[in-house]
Design a binder for this molecule. Structure first.
Ligand code: HEM
Length: 384
């Protein structure tokens, strides 16, 4: 999409997409302004005049989460788990995450060939979040199906396809809600040291409604998996395409943390967000009406030459690197410290076990989603 972004930043920095019925926004300054002003640019899809939502009693509990609410309600929801996701709290679990990575990789590296996605980048974050939530990681084939269905965006926009897609989403959402309903009940009776207990307790003290508690679990399971999978996959894609960069990371002359930040900028796992204008507003000379959907393209802003020197170059020591890979403002990714640590631990664990890593195969199958960016498979070969 990067050539298209460059063209749009230059010629149509704010433009209306008649087909998807939204405003696309491509420049860094404009994206910054939108994310910085949640009162004018809301995260609540119910305010959109062009989105048809099911009736309220049929809506997914995901609608009742911090991601899709604003103001005091957003802050109340986010406050329930904020302490759990702080860098220091996450850092305290590093040893366990290293163990999980080691278990997966010790098997996967045998034979000198693996698929980065299936063998590692997918299971690793799922096992981590399953442990934090307190659900059995053996259930992960189901998690994958549910998560993929929920982030899928249809390419076929015919009525029949749209209907089938909405049905799939509804079904996945219902199954997921049912799954967590049972877990929340169990933890309310028998608390443990996990996130579901934190959420069940908040619900029993009326700090969360029942729907909010369910949505919370669903959001935490879905938000961090496909994104982190793609961060690790995209990192391997960048580093195998730039062998000198890979060498510098391996010999420690550039930190893995710095390289991961550049991956977040250069191949951002989340390429676009959505906001709803709450009042008429002018953006770069264009009038936007209340109820209009506005799409800030993080992936385009992250390659804006007004902010990043040589934006099309992958530079692992770029500093400063004020990318929007995790968004910005009040909705800034709650899981950013966790995702960063997973990427660091996961990549280090892989580099410790595999030398002379090279990509196998020529073609890459992109993830089927308009706003998630990554590849379905990434086969490599190496010296174990
Ligand atoms: C929000 C990206 C991993 C949980 C966000 C947002 C972005 C993002 C761009 C902003 C959404 C918006 O403004 O509308 C990413 C990327 C990840 C990642 C690229 C991995 C590389 C995680 C993980 C978790 C997580 C591991 C936790 C389990 C959340 C939550 C929000 C969020 C709960 C909503 C925050 C709010 O509305 O206040 N993420 N994320 N994310 N992320 Fe992540």
């Amino acid at each position: 999409p990067f050539d298209w972004y460059a063209e749009m930043r230059e010629d149509h920095p704010v433009r209306y997409d008649d087909h998807r019925e939204c405003w696309d926004v491509f420049r860094y300054d404009d994206v910054d302004r939108i994310l910085d002003d949640p009162e004018t640019f809301s995260s609540d899809p119910r305010l959109a005049s062009t989105i048809d939502l099911p009736p309220e009693d049929e809506q997914s509990p995901i609608m009742e989460t911090m991601l899709l609410t604003d103001g005091d309600r957003h802050d109340r929801l986010r406050g329930v788990v904020e302490d759990w996701f702080r860098p220091r709290a996450i850092a305290g679990r590093a040893a366990r995450f290293e163990e999980i990575a080691a278990d997966l990789l010790d098997d996967a590296v045998e034979g000198g060939r693996m698929d980065v996605i299936d063998d590692f980048a997918y299971p690793f974050p799922v096992i981590v979040i399953a442990e934090l939530l307190g659900v059995p990681s053996e259930d992960r084939p189901q998690f994958r199906r549910w998560s993929e269905t929920l982030v899928e965006t249809p390419t076929d926009t015919s009525e029949a396809a749209t209907e089938a897609y909405q049905e799939r989403q509804q079904e996945a959402s219902e199954e997921l809600a049912e799954y967590f309903e049972e877990k929340l009940d169990a933890r309310a009776r028998e608390p443990r040291d996990d996130l579901i207990t934190v959420i069940a307790e908040a619900a029993s003290e009326d700090r969360l409604t029942h729907e909010e508690a369910l949505g919370f679990c669903m959001l935490l399971l879905v938000a961090g998996n496909i994104t982190t999978t793609n961060l690790i996959g995209n990192a391997m894609r960048c580093l195998t395409a730039h062998p000198t960069a890979l060498e510098r990371v391996r010999d420690g002359s550039v930190s893995i943390e710095s390289a991961v930040e550049e991956v977040l900028r250069y191949r951002s796992p989340v390429q676009a967000l959505a906001r709803i204008a709450t009042e008429p507003v002018e953006l770069r000379g264009t009038e936007i009406e209340a109820g209009d959907v506005v799409v800030p393209w993080l992936g385009a802003a992250n390659r804006d030459g007004d902010v990043f020197a040589d934006p099309g170059e992958f530079r692992i020591d770029r500093a400063p690197n004020p990318h929007f890979g995790f968004g910005r403002g009040t909705h800034y990714c709650l899981g950013a410290p966790l995702a960063r640590m997973e990427a660091r631990i996961g990549l280090n664990a892989l580099f410790e076990r595999a030398a002379d890593i090279e990509r196998r195969g020529e073609t890459l199958q992109p993830v089927r989603s308009a706003f998630i960016y990554g590849v379905e498979e990434f086969p490599i070969e190496f010296r174990p």
